[in-house]
Design a protein around this ligand. Structure first.
Ligand SMILES: [Zn+2]
Length: 373
C-alpha cells in the first residue's frame, strides 16, 4: 500500500500564545516519535512537504471578506472589526503568522486529497489538519480555515463521493454545516455530547436537510465514555452507513482529545479504542485522506498518531517508546515508556446507564438514517 505523510517542521514554528491549549509543537513531537520508532526516515519517499493553499483554494469555501481579514491579521496585530469574524483574545487569538499557519495546514490537506485522487497514494496523513470548527466567515474552536471542508470540496469537484468520519471529542460542526444540504458527502461525527462540551451541537436528530437529509450522522456520547462503549457505538453505526454510501474516498478527522486525561474533554478513550476505530476506518476506505484534529495532552497526541501511522502502513509499532526519544523530550509529559495504554476500568453501574443512553442514540440512527442511504 502506498502511503504519504504530509509534514514540515514549519508547522511547529507557529504559536497561538502562552496558555493556549493548541500547541503546534505537538506535530513535531509526533513526527519525531514516528522517526524514533523507525516508522519513517527523513529521506523516506513517503514524506511529502506541503505548500500553502492558494487564495483561490481558500475561496472555495471561505468568504473573501473573511480571508481578507485573516491576511491583514497575519502580522499578529489587532485588525478593526476582527471580532465579527470570531477573532480576538480567547479561543481564536490573532497571533503572528496566523494566516500563514492556516493556509499551510489547508495546503497540506489539499495535498493529501490530490495524492489519493491521483493514485500516488492510497492513504495520505496530514497530522496538522482536521481543523473542523471553522465556518465560512468565522473562526471557531482554535480553527481559522476549515481544511477538511476544502479537501472534501476539492474531491467532490472532481466527481468523487466522499464519506467524512470525525472521531474528535468535539462535534465536527463546521464540516456538517458545509455539507448539510447535499447527498454527495456523508458526514459522520462521534463526539462527547453537546450537553457537556463545545460547540454544543451534534445531536442525533441533526440529520441534514433537503437533498442532504439522511446524510448527516451524529453519535453523541456521554461524558466518561470508555473504549468499549465507544467501539460499540462506532461498530453499530459507522460501517453500515459507509458501506451503503459507497464512497470513493474517506476523509477522517482523528482527534485524540477523546483520551482519558485530556484537559479539554471528559471521555475515557485510550489507544485501544482509538486504534480499533482507525483500523475500521482503514477497512472502510477505498482511498483515505487522514487528518489530525484535537488533542491537548501532547504526549497522547504523539503516541496515538504514531500508532495510527503504523496501522496505515500495515506495520507494527514497538511496545516501548525509545529511551533516547524520552531523554530528548523530558518535558513532553510521557507517563511511562509504553506506547500503548491499559484500558480505563469503569464503574459497572455507571457504565450501564451510559450504555442505555448510547443504545437510545443508536436506535434513533437505525430508525431514521440507516434505511435512507
Ligand atoms: Zn476537539
Amino acid at each position: 500500500m502506498k502511503t504519504a505523510f504530509i509534514y514540515t517542521d514549519e508547522f511547529a514554528r507557529f504559536d497561538y500564545g502562552s496558555g493556549h491549549p493548541l500547541k503546534p509543537f505537538r506535530l513535531k513531537l509526533t513526527y519525531e516519535l514516528i522517526k524514533a520508532c523507525r516508522l519513517l526516515a527523513p529521506s523516506d519517499p513517503r514524506l511529502v512537504e506541503p505548500t500553502p493553499a492558494r487564495i483561490d483554494d481558500l475561496l472555495n469555501y471561505h468568504s473573501r471578506e473573511y480571508i481578507d481579514i485573516l491576511r491583514k491579521a497575519n502580522s499578529g496585530d489587532y485588525v478593526e472589526g476582527a471580532e465579527a469574524f470570531g477573532l480576538g483574545p480567547g479561543d481564536n487569538p490573532i497571533f503572528p503568522g496566523m494566516f500563514d499557519w492556516s493556509s499551510l495546514v489547508a495546503g497540506a490537506s489539499l495535498k493529501a486529497a490530490d495524492l489519493v485522487d491521483s493514485n500516488e497514494a492510497q492513504v495520505a496523513f496530514n497530522i496538522a489538519g482536521g481543523l473542523h470548527h471553522a465556518h465560512a466567515s468565522r473562526a471557531s474552536g482554535f480553527c481559522y480555515i476549515n481544511d477538511p471542508v476544502l479537501a472534501i470540496k476539492s474531491l467532490v469537484k472532481r466527481g468523487r463521493r466522499v464519506a467524512y468520519i470525525d472521531i474528535d471529542a468535539h462535534h465536527g460542526d463546521g464540516v456538517q454545516e458545509a455539507f448539510y444540504n447535499t447527498d454527495k458527502v456523508l458526514t459522520i461525527s462521534t463526539h462527547e455530547t453537546g450537553r457537556a462540551l463545545f460547540p454544543g451541537s451534534g445531536f442525533e436528530h441533526e440529520i441534514g436537510e433537503g437533498a442532504g437529509k439522511g446524510y448527516s450522522v451524529n453519535i453523541p456520547l456521554p461524558p466518561e465514555t470508555d473504549d468499549e462503549l465507544f467501539t460499540y457505538a462506532f461498530t453499530e453505526v459507522v460501517p453500515h452507513l459507509v458501506i451503503a454510501f459507497k464512497p470513493d474516498v474517506v476523509v477522517s478527522q482523528l482527534g485524540v482529545d477523546t483520551f482519558h486525561g485530556d484537559p479539554l474533554a471528559h471521555l475515557n478513550i485510550t489507544t485501544n479504542g482509538f486504534c480499533s476505530a482507525v483500523k475500521m476506518i482503514k477497512s472502510l476506505a477505498p482511498k483515505w485522506v487522514a487528518l489530525g484534529g484535537g488533542g491537548y495532552d501532547i504526549a497522547n497526541v504523539a503516541r496515538a498518531w504514531t500508532l495510527a501511522w503504523a496501522i496505515m502502513n500495515d506495520t507494527d509499532a514497538p511496545d516501548k517508546i525509545p529511551e533516547a526519544f524520552l531523554r530528548q523530550y523530558p518535558g513532553a509529559g510521557f507517563q511511562s515508556r509504553d506506547l500503548r495504554d491499559q484500558p480505563v476500568v469503569m464503574d459497572e453501574k455507571m457504565k450501564k446507564s451510559m450504555k442505555a443512553e448510547v443504545d437510545r442514540v443508536i436506535g434513533y440512527i437505525k430508525e431514521n438514517l440507516l434505511k435512507k442511504i
